[in-house]
Design a protein. Sequence first.
Length: 198
Amino acid sequence: MKTRRDRILDVAINLAEAGGFDNVRQRDVAEQAGVALGTLYKAFRTKEDLLSAALDREVILLEQRMEVRPARGKTPVDRVAAFFQGVTRGLCKKPRYARAVLRAMASGEPEVARNVAAYQGRMNRLILAALRGSAPISEPDLRREPPSEKEATLALLLQQLWFAALVAWSAGLQSQTQVVDQMRMAADVLMRGIKDRR
């Protein structure tokens, strides 16, 4: 049985996919999720907060899937490319929702900051797992075995480049395939560049 929070997030995703960012109205979300508007506002103060929470939940589900099936490939670049192919395809399956989420994440709204931070932390751990060829790395495991400076730099830069590539996709400037190709190239260039610095 779905929790109230899950029902709310599902409705927000469906509204975003049906009509984009502007279609996600708090009143409509509350009504369709069967919750009081005040209850919704206590949990999610803005639509940006709501949409960024939906994305964070998607990444939690991705972590669970990757527990069973980690990113595959013979080399770190192959695994990172496979990871970004999967997450790009998954996000872009619902293009209006994806665009709405990108807008919410870049909004600068204070309520969104905690969701963005949680999302970035999860994405960094997933990218590290792809680099290492392992299942997703939990926060306690990360504290016991912190990433090397190289790993941390790669994960951060790759995540930032992916976001920028998605913004270009959102604007119609490139395809999903181009996003994935750019991430493979970026992983390759960055890994060689970091290695060459030593």
